[in-house]
Design a protein around this ligand. Structure first.
Ligand code: CO8
Length: 257
């Protein structure tokens, strides 16, 4: 399907979504978010796809929600219509989504990246929650997911001053898992996604669910759920195959993919 605001491709078992509003530095408009949600739903329903990469351009992953589109909205229009209520499709994906971030990831762009499961940053990446400089605050995780990812001190600093954080600081703070040369960003992200897509799908989905639970439940409940999922995977052929392959010193051939 052709989209107006994104480019969608598949690379073997990996789905690739590129944000594509270059004139607006990939600012997140309602149309762009609807396109991303739709493309993700298609990948979710496609058994041939095991992981998704979400990326932008070398200059911008996304420079935030589209300020020109929202500047004249009133409180009732935002609240009663829940203006960004459906903008968390990325966070609702069950398959792993990897953000490949080059350039600006600001405001909703940073929040979009944080909805992904792994964030890989190019050396030129810049993260920030500059909403305060527009007279508002983050609206989709910039105070919540960011605080869980990098702690209170830096989250307060970023949200209250609106300053940007470079890739090195973002990696040290724990927001991104790896920093790579800008020219290699997409290849590295696709490699990581392909590696995930090769694993047993039930194990991948349960691993993602279990890690996410760590941010939503008590340690005791999280450990119980983790153990239950661990035991459950012994009901899969892939567990037999994975452990047999180890014992036989060969690569596993997982079927549930
Ligand atoms: N919205 C609309 N247009 C934008 C945006 C944006 N967020 N960012 C950039 N643009 C446009 C510019 O207006 C400009 O358009 P034009 O050529 O027509 O004037 C074009 O993109 C290029 O931008 P600049 O000329 O400003 O490029 P620079 O390289 O000089 O500067 C910056 C790049 C620093 C990124 C600068 O563009 C900037 O500060 N942008 C705004 C960043 C920002 O404040 N983002 C937060 C927005 S609020 C928000 O995200 C709320 C989130 C709500 C929840 C979202 C859920 C996912």
């Amino acid at each position: 399907m052709a989209y107006e605001n994104i480019i969608v491709e598949t690379r073997d078992e990996v789905g690739l979504i590129r944000l594509n509003r270059p004139a607006a530095l990939n600012a997140l408009s309602a149309g762009l978010v609807a396109d991303v949600n739709h493309a993700l739903e298609v990948f979710e329903g496609n058994n041939a796809i095991g992981a998704v990469v979400l990326t932008g351009s070398d200059k911008a992953f996304a420079a935030g929600a589209d300020i020109k589109e929202m500047k004249d909205l009133s409180f009732p229009e935002t609240y009663l219509e829940d203006f960004i209520g459906s903008w968390d499709g990325v966070a609702r994906a069950r398959k792993p989504v990897i953000a490949a971030v080059a350039g600006y990831a600001l405001g909703g762009g940073c929040e979009f990246a944080m909805m992904c499961d792994i964030v890989i940053a190019a050396e030129n990446a810049k993260f920030g929650q500059p909403e305060i400089t527009l007279g508002v605050i983050p609206g989709s995780g910039g105070t919540q997911r960011l605080a869980r990812a990098i702690g209170k001190a830096k989250t307060m600093d970023l949200c209250l001053t609106g300053r940007l954080m470079d890739a090195g600081e973002a990696e040290r703070a724990g927001l991104v898992s790896r920093v790579v040369p800008t020219a290699n960003l997409l290849d590295e992200a696709l490699k990581v996604a392909a590696q995930i897509a090769r694993q047993s799908r039930p194990a991948v989905l349960l691993a993602k669910e279990a890690v996410n639970l760590a941010f939503e439940t008590s340690l005791a409940e999280g450990l119980k759920a983790e153990r239950r999922s661990f035991y459950t995977l012994f009901a899969t052929e892939d567990q037999k195959e994975g452990m047999a392959a180890f014992a036989e010193k060969r690569r596993p051939r997982f079927k549930n993919r």
